[in-house]
Design a protein around this ligand. Sequence first.
Ligand SMILES: [Cu+2]
Length: 109
Amino acid sequence: MNPPITLQERPITMKKSLAALGALLFAAVAFAQTALPPVEGEVRKIDTEANKITLRHGDIPNLEMTGMTMVFRVKDPALLTQVKPGDKVRFTADKVDGALTVLSIAPAN
Ligand SMILES: [Cu+2]
């Protein structure tokens, strides 16, 4: 005698709902990463060798920072070709592997 089909289908349904949950979590994480608030700033110095940029910046709510001038690491070296010292910019920053990192940057005007 064969077991009823419904008993075999159950684990498959379970797997499907777990996959759906996983996709939802992934989407939530992706959204959280793209939802960083844009910050006003001005480029003071660019160091392409060290992959770093010095920015005078306004408030960065997600890092609980008020305005100051400081050095950031840059996530992608290509970002340093988008701006030059003296540029007014808009950027996003977050802590990546313990380092304050610029994730996006573009001239403000
Ligand atoms: Cu700062």
